[in-house]
Unconditional design. Structure first.
Length: 267
């Protein structure tokens, strides 16, 4: 499950839009398109749709694994992960709703690795008692930690396990952070996940549920520079923590962040 671990480390876990299977597939396909190993001219969403017409990739237990096969042999197995709390009517063979969609780009030399990863995923789901914990997770951070538990259970106490623990620690440190304002401290009530794509020279696209936040953050002229420094960023009146970043072709960078939503400051 190293591909899933890489996706979590590099910020490719997203909350899916509540708009059905087609929209979920299109959303994740656009993330896959940012993979530098994708051949120029590949229409990822059309490839995904074509494969779904041939064979539904809902494997049961609340999981779907849509995929596109590369035209070349070389390259690494690459995935993007989507979570739906409401569940997606995916047309899976078991008739159940899908809560986790793991979309893969599979180079020719990675076919066996892909099959082993899917086998590991199924093993982890069964070992954990099913999809209920993820289906009813309160937010994306909880899903991330649960997936890391799955990865740890399958990979064991080796190198990747240490990486998984490191990512968990980063999230928990952000969750425990206290933001200060003047002499008073404001207690964190919750963390809201969001993703931000920066394109040269200073273009910014914010992916978040709150429309007001999106508009305000995209207008903040210093956001791109602040994100590049990593760690803690103040922008548009929001406190952000950068959990992970991934550089892509053309100078584009995807940042996986959480926004700190504070309770009222004590008197």
């Amino acid at each position: 499950m190293r591909s899933i671990l890489n996706a979590l480390q590099e910020g490719r876990l997203f909350e899916l839009p509540d708009a059905g299977k087609a929209r979920a597939l299109e959303f994740l396909a656009r993330i896959l398109d940012a993979n530098p190993d994708i051949e120029v001219g590949t229409d990822t969403i059309e490839e995904i749709k074509k494969r779904e017409e041939e064979c539904n990739t809902g494997i049961g237990m609340g999981v779907a694994v849509p995929h596109v096969r590369a035209k070349r042999e070389e390259g690494e197995l690459f995935c993007a992960i989507g979570w739906s709390s409401a569940g997606i009517d995916y047309g899976a063979a078991d008739g159940g709703l899908v809560h986790l969609v793991v979309m893969y780009h599979i180079p020719g030399a990675q076919k066996n690795v892909y099959l082993k990863e899917i086998s590991g995923l199924v093993k982890a789901i069964r070992k954990s008692g099913g999809m209920e914990a993820i289906a009813h997770a309160p937010d994306l951070n909880a899903v991330r930690n649960l997936l890391l538990d799955w990865v740890s259970a399958v990979l064991g106490e080796t190198g990747p396990e240490a990486v998984a623990r490191m990512i968990k620690l980063e999230v928990r440190q952000a969750q425990a952070a206290v933001v200060t304002a003047g002499p008073a401290e404001r207690r964190i009530s919750r963390l809201v996940p969001l993703s931000i794509v920066v394109t040269p020279p200073n273009g910014v696209v914010v992916l978040a549920q709150n429309a007001e936040w999106v508009a305000a953050l995209e207008k903040d002229a210093g956001l791109a520079q602040g994100l590049a420094t990593g760690g803690e960023v103040a922008a548009a009146g929001q406190q952000l923590f950068v959990l992970a970043s991934t550089a892509y072709a053309g100078g584009r960078v995807l940042y996986q962040c959480v926004a700190v939503v504070n309770g009222a400051a004590p008197a």
